[in-house]
Every structure is written in C-alpha cells, then in structure tokens.
Design a protein around this ligand. Structure first.
Ligand SMILES: Nc1ncnc2c1ncn2[C@@H]1O[C@H](COP(=O)(O)OP(=O)(O)OP(=O)(O)O)[C@@H](O)[C@H]1O
Length: 316
C-alpha cells in the first residue's frame, strides 16, 4: 500500500518537529527513515500511525488521509513503537491472543501461529514473557503488529538496544516479511549499515526537513563522492610533481607516501583510472561511496564524514 507524505508540518510549542517534508513510500517496499537525533522521525511515525495530527499537510495511506481516517487507520497500519512492554507473567502466545481478541480478529489461532513462525518464536511461544531476552521481546512486539496482516508496518528503531545476535535475527525476520508478504515496511534506524542492508529506499531528515530521498544506490551515487587511491611505481619518481598537477582538476587531491588520493564523483574516479599511464602506476583502487557517506553529505556534515566505504576495483 503506497504512502504519500505531502508538506507535513508539526510543532510542539516553539519547537518545530516537522517542516514540510514530502515524499512517497512505494507499495510493498522496505523504506528507511534516517536522521540525526531530533530530526523528526518519531514525530513523523506518530502522524503516520494516527496517534497525532499534523498542523498542516497530509499523510495518505493507500489514498486515505490518516488524520481523517480515525481508528480505521489501525486496520491499515501496524506499529512497533521503540519501547513496547508486555505483562511478564503471560506467555508469548497469550499476549498475541489478547492482541488478536482486542482487534476482533477471526481465525486467531492460525494468525498467531503464522506470526510466531514469521518472527521465529514458535518454540518459545508457551514460555512466560519474563524469561524472554530483549531481542525476543522485540520480536514478540513485531508478531503482535503482524497479527492483523497489515498492509503497512511501521517500526520505530526496531533493533535499538539489541545485541549482535538479536540484531541479526531481527534482520532476517524483516527480510522474510519483505520476501513473503506484500506489506510496506517503514523503519527508522541510526544504524546506516542496517538500513543499507534492509531498505529499498531511504529518506534522510534533518531538523524536520527532507534532505534526500531515493534508493540506496541512487543516494550513494548522486549524493556522495568516490575515491581513487593511487600507488605510483618507481618509474613515476621523476614525473611525480607533473602527475600530481595533472590530477589537480579532477577532485580533492591529497598526496600520500605511496602516491596520491583523489576524492571526486564516481564516474570521474573511474575515468581518472583509465587516463593514468599504466607503467607509472603500481596499484590503484576505486572506492565507492556507501550510505554513510551519502548520509553525511546530505547533512553537509564534513567534519566526521568518512567519504567512502566499499572498495570495488583493485588493479596491480
Ligand atoms: N511531545 C513533545 N513535546 C515537545 N517537543 C517534542 C515532543 N516530541 C518531539 N519533540 C521535539 O521535536 C523534535 C523532533 O523529535 P523526534 O522525537 O520526532 O525526533 P527523532 O528523529 O525521532 O529523534 P531521535 O532519533 O532522537 O529519536 C525534537 O526537537 C524533539 O525535542
């Protein structure tokens, strides 16, 4: 189910939480919302799931205005909040049964079995929640969200506070939902590698405004620069200064003990490698920008931005 966010504004007193972001979340996609602390992610999710109303602008889920839809939005959008707690004395299965009854769902047993299976809790279903690990608790929250078979799943920082094994299990669960259901999954995270792994598309927010939106590949290629690292051969010693001068116009050049590095657009980086005379070059490497570089570039935060991530081409 497609989600359309149009010029949404929200303030809390003097604090502007959202200042007009507009973007679309394609039906059936896994979509990541990224941003620094206080960027407006949780506020946006609160509006998306109908907990709050925007001061101006619209959010539509499957063509229906969430602010006008009232409680019926719950039939379309399921929410896993950042902190979901459950009565500790109940078993996982009992928790899900209560969720299913409250929603008035039919075929409850089948739905509960399916949800437990999807999140990998079938074996632990009859244990008390008090004995669940943090990660199991998060997955139980996800199972509760999945029970009504919602067209849209909104997950606020779903892996925050989990250990690496819990994170890996949660990732597999989200990938499975992406593969096996038609659900549109919207998640927020501070972990860029997680978003890069799970999401088809990403929006980057800062101070309530949209800074960038697109597929992870688009953001990598359009928003951030690549890097060429060149080690010169001894044959280049005599012409080192000329070589450095020749590459000056190609991007930001830094001399290194072995040669030089040039940070420039990815296409320019590849072209530069092709232009270098092979007998003067011992080795070069083109490093593609990753989402982390794109994120920092979108926020124009040069100070601590690693500009490159993945090495893609090495030639001796
Ligand atoms: N109920 C509230 N009352 C007052 N200010 C609020 C309220 N909720 C959010 N804000 C403010 O709105 C801005 C956006 O907050 P929000 O929680 O949406 O950001 P976030 O991107 O989810 O941040 P984080 O990554 O830290 O969770 C912040 O400046 C925050 O302090």
């Amino acid at each position: 189910m497609q989600i359309t966010i149009t010029d949404v504004h929200k303030r809390y007193g003097d604090v502007v939480a959202l200042e007009g972001p507009s973007f679309e979340i394609p039906s059936g996609s896994t979509f990541g919302v990224l941003g620094t602390n206080g960027a407006g992610k949780t506020t946006l999710f609160g509006l998306l799931v109908g907990h709050d109303r925007p001061d101006a602008g619209r959010i539509e889920v499957g063509g229906i205005d969430v602010a006008e839809a009232g409680h019926s939005v719950r039939e379309r959008v399921a929410f896993l909040p950042e902190h979901a707690g459950f009565p500790p004395a109940m078993t996982g299965r009992e928790v899900l049964d209560v969720h299913a009854r409250v929603r008035g769902l039919e075929a409850r047993d089948r739905r509960i079995e399916d949800a437990l299976e999807t999140v990998g809790l079938a074996d632990a279903a009859d244990r008390a929640v008090s004995g669940y690990s943090n990660g199991m608790g998060r997955r139980l929250g996800l199972a509760a969200a999945l029970i009504p078979d919602p067209p849209v799943l909104v997950l606020d920082e779903p892996t925050a506070g989990l250990d690496p094994r819990g994170v890996a299990t949660f990732h597999r669960t989200i990938e499975r939902i992406g593969r096996e259901t038609d659900a549109t999954v919207v998640l927020s995270s501070h972990v860029l590698s997680e978003v890069e792994r799970l999401c088809d598309e990403v929006a980057i927010l800062e101070n309530g405004s949209l800074r960038a939106v697109g597929s992870v590949t688009e953001l990598r290629e359009e928003t951030a620069d690549g890097r060429v690292t060149v080690s010169l051969s001894p044959a280049a010693d005599a012409s080192r200064a000329d070589l450095l001068e020749a590459v000056q116009g190609r991007g930001a050049v830094t001399e290194t003990s072995e040669g030089f590095e040039v940070v420039c657009e990815r296409d320019a980086a590849v072209a530069l490698c092709g232009d270098l005379e092979s007998d003067l070059v011992e080795r070069f490497e083109v490093t593609e920008p990753g989402l982390e570089a794109a994120f920092h570039e979108a926020l124009r935060d040069e100070s601590d931005a690693p500009s490159t991530d993945t090495a893609t081409e090495v030639r001796a």
